[in-house]
Structure formats: structure tokens, C-alpha cells
Design a protein around this ligand. Sequence first.
Ligand SMILES: [Zn+2]
Length: 216
Amino acid sequence: MIEGTPSDYQRILVLAAHIDDGEFGCGASISKWVDEGRDVYYVALSSADKSVPAGMPKDILEKEVRQATKVLGIRTSNLMIFKFPVREFPQHRQEILQTLIGLGDQLRPQLVLLPSTNDTHQDHQTLSGEGFRAFKRHSIAGYEMPYNNLNFSTDLFVVLDEHHVGKKAAALKCYRSQAVKPYATPDFITSLARVRGVQIGVQYAEAFEVIRWIVT
Ligand SMILES: [Zn+2]
């Protein structure tokens, strides 16, 4: 059992299948949590080398994630990148589970963020499932990726100000190799944060699926 109530959570672990997923799913909340002095760890299971457009260096995404997480305020020592092959996570399910269990022992997070249970991307789905297995004794929230989700359950909202939404857009701008993605634009990022904000009567928010919530 992890001690504390949600607002006390000091150690937060963001799990990303591919290196930009955490920024897309909860970049603005990460920026807020860092501002509040919480320890945010960012773990990407794949550097997604195969997703690098032709003609660009294979390590460009790794360089970009270092810049993007820096924009969000995550300490370099809190960033970890693994080398599971992109689009092949289902075949590596057991190794991924062992990796996540090891991370849990090492980092002892109080809140874990991962792809939602309705994310249809095979790598995100694997991380969501194995993440629950590894962290089921922790509070877990699923982040929103509207272009992958079959459904999304808006159970939990993090209220944000414009500064945090701006940091998310600035972090995603670091991924020059992924700039063609329509959901990487500041317009999309701000619009989604407005939609989630309007739902709860504030300017901006990010929404999460509550997968497990422990209150002591
Ligand atoms: Zn992804």
C-alpha cells in the first residue's frame, strides 16, 4: 500500500510506449506537477527508431525527447529510454512486465500515468495492460490520445493554466521529425485543453481515465 492522498502525491511516473506519448497524453499536467515541486519520472519503452522519416538521423527522436522533457521541466536524471521495438510490444509482453516491475521497485511511484485502457495502438495497449499488472497496488490514471482511443472515460481532470498548455505545445514542437502529425499542432493541443476545461467550467484542463485510485 502506498501512503498518502492524491493531492500529496510526490513521486509521479509517466509511462510512454514511444517517446512522445507522455507529452501528448499529459504534457501540460507534467509541467504543472513539476512547477508544484513534485518528482516526475518519464519512462519511454521505445525510442521508436523505425518511425524516423527517411533522411533523418536514427537517433533524432532520442535527442528530441531530451529537449521536450527539458521544456516540461523534467530532470535529465528522471528520463529513461528503453529499446523495445516499435509496433512489436505484444511479442515482448513478458519482458515489458518485468521491466515495469523493476521500475516500480526502483522508483516507488505514488501515481502512475499510462495509455488508457481503450487505446487501440498495439504498443499502447500492451503498456496499458502490463502497466496495470505491474502497478495494480498504486493509483493509476490513463491519459488521453483521441486519435487512438476507441472511447475515453473522462473520470479525472487536472486544471491547468495557459502557461502549462503553452509548455505542452512547446515540448511537442521539439519533435521536428514528427511535425506532420495533425495532433502535434498548438491549435489541436489548445483546443483539446479547452474542450476538457469547458467540461468542468475552467479555462483549460487535461482529462484522465481513472484505472485505479487509492485513498489512504
Ligand atoms: Zn505511441
